[in-house]
Design a protein around this ligand. Sequence first.
Ligand code: ZN
Length: 130
Amino acid sequence: MAAVAGGIAEPRCQALDLSDAQRCVAQATAYDNLFCPFHAKQCFGLYMGYKRRNAELDALAANGPAHLRHSKVPLSSQAFEAIQSEEELQDVHGYLFSQLVLLGKVISARKLHHKALFLARDGLWSQGLP
Ligand SMILES: [Zn+2]
């Protein structure tokens, strides 16, 4: 049974609204009474987007250009001197650019998720949501 304190149903949703960063005033009924139904859906959507982009990042790495896949030199130490053609260089550049864009999306999604949904408690992200 929900308690009401100051006109706000308890337990109160822990999420911040994405548009104005104000704390949600709805009653928390989902995820061990952390979120209201709306923010529970939002949390799940952000989490699934994060997981999907991470899977895309893994798939991208597995299908990278041959030059990088077969190189014994780590990417951080690559001078790309062994690249012999413009086409091969374009493949490596395109791959690294795609990886950069995707990684930026993964980081942004994670920051957004944490900023909006983990005001009072941390850890659900690493535990994995349903
Ligand atoms: Zn809420």
